[in-house]
Design a protein around this ligand. Structure first.
Ligand code: SF4
Length: 367
């Protein structure tokens, strides 16, 4: 027999008493679950907005395990707004090296400089900070100041869309509005800090994208997706992210004890990180094709027969919207070469003083 699909009544049709019961059952169960299952994290228990801000920015595009040590090192070196504001951006980038999404570090630094030593204490003041969006502002306001702003991130989208059985695509304006509307109703206004941390951990640990723990879930009795057998289909997304391929040809110069680097200044991935001389091509090219390019001839101008060695080929580096395929060449030139004039000349053993991308770091470790 076909099971009748359960559709929750629209908000307007839920009686106020029933609606409060649904919301309070949801938050009570989530908070109880959290008290027994929460993750031990270095920023847990912090109520200082600076620490919460740094942890939330690190976690924006980084898994907790990966961000853990970065957070500890960052907070040790930059323990407060003033220390961060007074640091040089190159040093901040160095502390971020390997974490990816480097605009986060640039924005943290710029925002710290804009604060005049005091962290803002209103939602409006916090959301005006560079690099802070609605989610981060809600996390800081609730955890630091116990203000009832619900966090709405990927975890919350998933939990709420499954629990309420919302099939509107979450990457549509209507879907965002619907989930945000529910998030505003579901938040426990008496303890927003606890509730927000609870729903984030619940989504990260139990109501996971694949294989959620429905059998042990304290919300199972009221979960619409579980009742309808649609857990694996929710949340719905209409647009798949388009991935583009890029082809980088890096050149590591040996000029005696010297080599060449430059800071990436363009509005592109890895902005303000240092890198080796680079020629980007529209497809993978052979050594003969690369060395015949005018860009390559310009770089080595004045050295007609450099010694070239292909050191690493087709290193695949996956970013969120791009896949970079990189070839690394080692080029040996006389120590007093006048090539690479547009680049910064440094001693090879000083390379570790500069913030570089993980991709270049992989080459330096392997070569
Ligand atoms: S029952 Fe399953 S899908 Fe529903 S909230 Fe719990 S873990 Fe998520």
């Amino acid at each position: 027999m076909l099971q009748k699909k359960y559709t929750p009544p629209p908000l307007a049709e839920i009686h106020e008493d029933e609606y409060s019961t649904v919301c309070s059952r949801f938050s009570t169960n989530i908070i109880r679950w959290y008290n027994e299952n929460k993750r031990e994290l270095p920023w847990r228990g912090a109520t200082d907005p600076y620490t919460i801000w740094v942890s939330e920015i690190i976690l924006q595009q980084t898994r907790v395990n990966q961000g853990y040590d970065y957070f500890l090192r960052f907070i040790e070196r930059f323990p407060d707004v003033r220390t961060l504001a007074e640091a040089h951006e190159d040093e901040v980038m160095k502390y971020w090296q390997g974490l990816g999404y480097y605009s986060r570090a640039r924005n943290l630094h710029a925002a710290a400089k804009s604060m005049n030593g005091a962290f803002p204490d209103t939602y409006e003041g916090i959301i005006a900070l560079k690099g802070v969006g609605e989610y981060t502002a809600a996390a800081i306001c609730s955890i630091a100041y116990d203000m009832p702003y619900p966090v709405v991130d990927g975890n919350v989208f998933r939990v709420v869309s499954r629990y309420m059985g919302i099939e509107t695509p979450i990457d549509s304006g209507r879907g965002k509005k619907e989930i945000t509307g529910w998030a505003n109703r579901l938040i426990d206004r008496k303890c927003p800090a606890l509730y927000n941390q609870a729903i984030m951990d619940f989504g990260a640990l139990l109501c996971t994208p694949k294989s959620p723990g429905c059998a042990e879930c304290p919300l199972a009795a009221g979960c619409t997706a579980l009742a309808n057998g649609t857990v694996s289909k929710l949340p719905v997304k209409k647009n798949k992210t388009k991935i583009t391929n890029r082809y980088f040809n890096y050149i590591y110069v040996h000029a005696g004890e010297y080599t060449y680097i430059r800071k990436r200044a363009e509005d592109d991935i890895w902005k303000n990180l240092f890198e080796l001389p680079l020629i980007e091509t529209s497809r993978a090219v052979t050594e003969e094709e690369l060395t015949a390019l005018p860009e390559f001839r310009n770089l080595i101008a004045g050295n007609e027969s450099p010694v070239i060695k292909l050191s690493l080929r087709q290193v695949k580096h996956v970013l969120s919207h791009r896949v970079v395929y990189a070839d690394f060449y080692e080029v040996t030139l006389p120590e007093e070469t006048r090539s690479f004039a547009a680049y910064k000349r440094i001693k090879k053993n000083e390379m570790n003083q500069y913030a570089i991308s993980r991709l270049v770091q992989i080459f330096l470790e392997k070569k």
